[in-house]
Design a protein around this ligand. Structure first.
Ligand code: PBG
Length: 331
């Protein structure tokens, strides 16, 4: 029998009458286990520096990062993603592979206090280079793809040595996954996974992050290496290349303006697809909510649900702890 009754039209509203019915018929179910929580780690101790455009997010010293990871873990979030603010920067971003830098130390401490929490590290040079680009520069000031690969591989290896479960290269250099896989395997880290930032767009929505991570380019922009927003087929090519090079998981970033890309990636590939609900997406909702223009809690959950509905297997979000608490019925 169809949904039509004597009136001759379908009554979809029968399924929407109560919370129980809506719960029973929900096609997408968001849960804390979907989330990866990004954190910014810096040197020093006892530091919890608020990030202006991202209310509720902080630059954390290693000891505070361990506490924050504990908070995420306690809320049921299965993974954290670490970004580092180094003590020093140079042209090649060499501090990215320093075993004593904040990220490497945070990995070690988080893994030793919460071994079951998955620790993923962002692998890029923009926080570590004096010029803020994601790789080494040529004499002309262009980002040099092949000269950057060993630097990224070195950074990834130092994260693996510190105990990272997965490394996530985000520099958008061609061949970065292959070169990291080779360096990890060469040192015996066969079990360290790679989450490729495969389809990463040159987006205006990274603005707040660059304040948070002190990683804005000092000249030019990233359009020479990150993808242009107009392209979807190219994203499939990027993802296919990362899978071919050995990526265990792939990513589409940002999420909201690229839901079509997430959906197609999920349809086309047999690897888990993560989506990054980026800083600008977070800031927009928080700014609107702070002005009383939208209900922040409902908007955050709606956005996260839409990203999951589009096909994301995991969602990287600064709202991971809040959303997990809300989903558990807490305030
Ligand atoms: C590093 C990196 C960026 C983000 C994640 N990794 C910034 C950029 O590419 O400029 C952005 C994350 C966010 O906006 O939340 N390359």
């Amino acid at each position: 029998m169809s949904e039509k009754g004597l009136t001759g039209f379908a009554r979809f509203r029968r399924r929407r009458r109560s919370e129980a019915l809506r719960g029973l018929t929900a096609e997408t179910r968001l849960s804390a286990s979907d989330f990866i929580y990004p954190m910014f780690v810096t040197g020093g101790a006892g530091l919890r520096r608020p990030i202006d455009p991202m209310p509720g997010c902080y630059q954390l010293s290693v000891d505070e990062a361990v506490k924050e990871a504990g908070k995420a873990h306690g809320a049921g979030v299965p993974a954290v993603l670490l970004f580092g603010l180094p003590a020093s920067k140079d042209d090649l971003g060499t501090s990215a592979m320093d075993p004593d830098e904040a990220v490497q130390r945070a990995v070690g401490e988080i893994k030793s206090s919460m071994p079951e929490l998955c620790v993923i590290t962002d692998v890029c040079l923009c926080e570590y280079t004096s010029h803020g680009h994601c790789g080494a520069l040529t004499a002309e000031g262009e980002v040099d793809n092949d000269a950057t690969l060993p630097l990224l591989a070195g950074a990834a290896l130092s994260h693996a040595r510190a105990g990272a479960d997965a490394v996530a290269p985000s520099a958008m250099m061609d061949g970065q996954v292959a070169s990291i896989r080779a360096s990890l395997d060469g040192a015996g880290f066969h079990s360290t996974a790679i989450l490729g930032y495969s389809a990463k767009y040159a987006s205006a929505f990274y603005g707040p992050f660059r304040t948070a991570a002190d990683s804005a380019p000092s000249f030019g922009d990233r359009r020479g290496y990150q993808m242009q927003p107009a392209n979807r087929s190219e994203a499939m090519g990027e993802i296919a290349a990362d899978v071919e090079e050995g990526a265990d998981m792939v990513m589409v970033k940002p999420a909201l303006a690229y839901l079509d890309v997430i959906a197609e990636a999920k349809r086309r590939f047999d690897v888990p697809v993560a989506a990054y609900n980026v800083s600008g997406e977070y800031s927009m909702l928080h700014a609107a909510a702070a002005n009383g223009w939208i209900d922040g809690r409902r908007a955050v959950l709606e956005v996260l649900t839409s990203i999951k509905r589009a096909g994301a297997d995991a969602i990287i979000t600064y709202s991971a702890c809040d959303a997990s608490r809300w989903l558990a019925g807490e305030s």
